[in-house]
Design a binder for this molecule. Structure first.
Ligand code: MG
Length: 253
């Protein structure tokens, strides 16, 4: 099932993608929801980020080829950092280059969407607290990140966490699915979900030993090699196989 969150003339609701349109639901897949008789045509709704998390936990250097291009070794344990909820935008919304940076990078990632309250979850139980998976762009002001090592500053600006377009509930990272980034239709990153240094189950165990994950919270699993700059006027697409294409324009006010 592909879960989306949409704005339609009546407000913001959840839905599920069907061949002829989006089946609208009452409630939320994070708590309780119920399908309605309404199937909205695709062009009648605006897609939003599929969740609005209380926090985004992101993983650094979780692909060996990306760690190498950053001049780093693969870490011995997951490197975690937080992106603020206010960095989240949905499909089609602009990534805004902040005045403080002249080197903003794309980072294509696949993301875990947590489905229930999760604390001290063992790796073997991890799948029980996952609602599904979506695509993410861990947008990064690389110059600021390198200048002072404050990842939260370099990666925490408003609009720096596009999520979407849908949550795929049938997604299995162990199938080796493609994680791609294109800028203006040119492929910049091409990885596989099986290339992770620390897999999803291990990440969930590690993160939930530290903090309680709430329904709708998100774990960004790291980015493959090929990160690079995005500038005013670019269109950046993150495509995760079986989830879809997350496309955002880039603007510098
Ligand atoms: Mg990243």
């Amino acid at each position: 099932m592909k879960i989306v969150r949409v704005r339609n003339p009546e407000g913001i609701v959840y839905g599920a993608v069907e061949p002829e349109g989006i089946r609208l639901y009452k409630g939320s897949p994070l708590f309780e929801w119920e399908s309605t008789e309404v199937v909205a045509p695709f062009d009648s709704v605006q897609l939003l980020s599929p969740v609005f998390p209380t926090k985004i936990v992101a993983i650094g250097r979780n692909y060996a080829d990306h760690a190498a291009e950053m001049g780093s070794d693969v870490p011995d344990a997951p490197v975690i950092f937080l992106k603020p909820s206010t960095s989240v935008i949905g499909p089609g919304a602009p990534i805004v280059i902040p005045p403080d940076s002249t080197n903003v990078h794309h980072e294509a990632e696949f993301a875990v969407v947590i489905g229930s309250v999760a604390r001290n979850v063992r790796a073997e139980d991890a799948s029980s607290i996952v609602l599904g998976y979506t695509a993410a762009n861990d947008v990064t002001a690389r110059d600021l990140q390198r200048a002072d090592g404050q990842w939260t500053r370099g990666k925490g600006f408003d609009t720096f966490c596009p999520l979407g377009p849908a949550i795929e509930t049938e997604f299995d990272p162990l199938e080796g699915l493609d994680v791609l980034c294109r800028v203006n239709d040119e492929v910049r990153q091409a990885g596989k979900t099986t290339d992770l240094v620390f897999g999803v189950a291990e990440l969930i165990e590690y993160v939930t030993r530290v903090m309680t994950m709430l329904p709708g919270d998100v774990i960004l699993t790291g980015t493959p090699s090929g990160v690079g700059p995005i500038v005013d006027g670019d269109i950046v697409d993150v495509e995760v196989q079986s989830i879809g294409v997350l496309s955002n324009p880039v603007v510098k006010p």
